[in-house]
Design a protein around this ligand. Structure first.
Ligand code: PRP
Ligand code: URA
Length: 216
C-alpha cells in the first residue's frame, strides 16, 4: 500500500490526549473535551497546505503585507460521533461551512447505512474535511467520500482520531486521492473470541458515539 498520504500524528500533545481519551475511566464530559482538543490539533496538521492570498494590513506602526485564507473550507462531520469534532475546528476557521452526513454501521453486517444527507445542490467550498473519530472497517469513510465526490467535491481530506490498518487500507484503495490525517493507527479490528463484538478497533477506545453522548 502507498502510505504517502497517510499522516499519523507525531505530536506529543496528541499522543498525551489520546491516552486520556482511551482510558475507560474517562467520563463523557472529559471525553468530549478531549475529542474537541484533539480535533483542533489534527485539523491544524491537515490544513497546513491551504492556499493564502497576500493582503495589505495597517498595524499601529506601519503598513505591511499579510495573508488571508484563499480557500473556502467545508466541514463534514459524520453523525453522530463526528459531531464532537466540529465545534473546536470551526472556532479556528469561522468562515467554514458545516454540512452533516448521517451514517450508522449496521451492527450485524458492519455495512454503513445512510440516514441523513442535506448537502446543497453543488459545493461552494474548495476543500472538504471529513470529520469522524473512528476509521474501523473503513465502510463509513468510503461511503462518505463516495457521497461527497458524487456531490462534486474535488479536494477531500479525512480527519480522524484512531484508525485500524484495515480501514486505512480500504479507504486508500477506494479513494487514493484522499489524504488521511489520523491521531494514531492502532493494531487491528476485534474478531470473534475478543471481549468486544467484531469490528471494533483494538485497543481503540470503545464506541466513540456512546462515550461522547453517555449512551453506552
Ligand atoms: C462509528 C464511527 C464511524 C464508524 C466507523 O459510528 O463514528 O462512523 O463507526 O466504523 P467503520 O469504519 O467500520 O464504518 P457508528 O456506526 O457507531 O455510529 P454513531 O456515530 O452514530 O454511534
Ligand atoms: N466505531 C466506534 O465507535 N469504535 C470502534 O472501535 C469502531 C467503530
Amino acid at each position: 500500500m502507498d502510505d504517502s498520504l497517510v499522516f499519523p500524528s507525531q505530536h506529543p500533545l496528541v499522543k498525551h490526549k489520546l491516552t486520556l481519551l482511551r482510558n475507560a475511566r474517562t467520563e463523557p464530559k472529559k471525553f468530549r473535551e478531549l475529542v474537541r482538543e484533539l480535533s483542533i490539533l489534527l485539523a491544524y496538521e491537515a490544513t497546513a497546505d491551504l492556499a493564502l492570498r497576500d493582503i495589505t494590513v495597517q498595524t499601529p506602526l506601519a503598513q505591511t503585507t499579510g495573508h488571508q485564507l484563499a480557500e473556502k473550507i467545508g466541514l463534514v462531520p459524520v453523525l453522530r460521533a463526528g459531531l464532537g469534532m466540529v465545534e473546536g475546528i470551526w472556532e479556528m476557521m469561522p468562515s467554514a461551512e458545516v454540512w452533516h452526513i448521517g451514517l450508522y454501521r449496521d451492527e450485524h453486517t458492519l455495512k454503513p447505512v445512510t440516514y441523513y444527507n442535506k448537502l446543497p445542490v453543488e459545493p461552494r467550498v474548495s476543500v472538504v474535511l471529513v470529520l469522524d473519530p473512528m476509521l474501523a472497517t473503513g465502510g463509513s469513510a468510503v461511503a462518505t467520500v463516495d457521497i461527497l465526490k458524487q456531490w462534486g467535491a474535488r479536494r477531500i481530506k479525512y480527519v480522524g482520531l484512531i484508525g485500524a490498518p484495515e480501514g486505512i487500507t480500504r479507504l486508500r484503495a477506494a479513494h487514493p486521492d484522499v489524504p488521511i490525517h489520523i491521531g494514531v493507527v492502532d493494531e487491528r479490528l476485534s474478531r470473534e473470541g475478543d471481549p468486544w463484538p467484531a469490528g471494533y478497533i483494538m485497543p481503540g477506545l470503545g464506541d466513540a458515539g456512546d462515550r461522547q453522548f453517555g449512551t453506552g
